[in-house]
Write a protein that binds this ligand. Sequence first.
Ligand code: SAH
Ligand code: SF4
Ligand code: F3S
Length: 438
Amino acid sequence: MVRRVFIETFGCQMNEVDSGRILTLLGGLGYLQVTDRDEADLILLNTCSIREKASHKVYSAIGALRGWKGHRKGRILAIGGCLAQEAGDEIRRRAPYVDIVFGTHNIASLPEMIRNAETRRRKSVSVEMTGDTRHWDILPCLPEGSVGTMVTIMQGCENYCAYCIVPFVRGPEVSRPAGEIISEIRALSEKGVREVLLLGQNVNSYGKKEGEIAFHRLLRRISDIDGIDRIRFITSHPRDLDEPTIGLFGDLDKLCPHVHLPIQAGSDRILAAMGRGYTREVYLSKVDALRAMRPDIAFSTDFIVGFPGETEDDFRRTIEVMEFVRYDYCFSFKYSPRAGTAAASMDGAASPGDADDRLQRLLALQDLHTAQRLEGMIGKTVEVLVEKPSSRDASRLFGRTGCYKAVNFSSKPGSDPNPFRQVLVEKAGAHSLSGKEA
Ligand code: SAH
Ligand code: SF4
Ligand code: F3S
């Protein structure tokens, strides 16, 4: 009997790639993916708890599924990911109608849990941090025609930045053997993938614990794989981004000229309180070194405003860093206390009003910088890797440049199987470029 699954993914790329694996596993159990909840026999939420807002969003999504679950007998509701890991008991208390709660280390056990729910109607919870990495062997489901995809190179984090829940919900850092990563990427290239995004919470410390090859060596080996033309990675920790890796930006053509380098704050006092392990000077010197290697390199970052103890003067230093780097884009957040983290017991978080005010000023400046960086591309011819038809106008195409700018463009008449196109940039929008095939 064909069964149907609806999956919703919250949070970051780690969850996206895990959802891809879950779909592969469910495919093996005979489940077809659907986009309409009402058709589903199984709804699975892969959750995030990075900030309070993220957790709230998940709880309200679970609450909204109460009716769905009660509507027909035999429907299964499964909650996985970081909130499930952090608060499995709380989820079951608030929503006793949930059938399955599984943590970030229990993905490989999911088929068994689902079978149990299907046949014996038994509820199950599996949130042990077992260090299980069997899920690495499950290839995330790859939609037909994909030219780019994500590849896990490590899991977990041991940095314990004072504000961050990730080490608690993803567990200790473990790197995947280089040989497995290479084989996965070779297999992807045979399926037509041209761009890979290497995933880990701190890719620059890849392999250190295990005595694996260093991250820069891994990048070289991946660059030797035929058919792979673009390599990206996230996330780089500014403390651990080393000289050999920076040097590769002047050396490996396949390495895309874009680095996401989360600074969090521009004040050394706040960086120290966050336990980030670098000063603003060290951070900026790495930005300079990368620009020396690739003058066209794009930068993006993450900011937290209102961390405990952040004064107006500290915040001004964040603005100074923005003026210096001129990021192409950023993700910015108001500090949100997470239970169990070091910062949760620190005093002096900015008042909601001050935090809001800082966030608005930061966003206004970023909008200006984003616009300037995009306008700077007008008149240039850029190489775009085409992903799909444009969402606004299906006669046009959508793709990204090496520096990760979104581009919508009209292609030349006739069909061209090459997913890489040369595009003349004619206009800049608020977040994307527009042009025509050159
Ligand atoms: N490993 C990555 C980040 C993972 S979390 C890194 O080291 O940068 C993604 C982003 O969420 C962080 O960079 C941070 O800006 C933000 N974040 C994490 N915890 C937060 C909290 N408690 N409050 C507000 N923002 C937070
Ligand atoms: Fe969180 Fe810090 Fe680890 Fe990033 S490096 S996941 S911010 S603890
Ligand atoms: Fe990612 Fe959210 Fe977990 S940001 S690691 S899904 S807490």
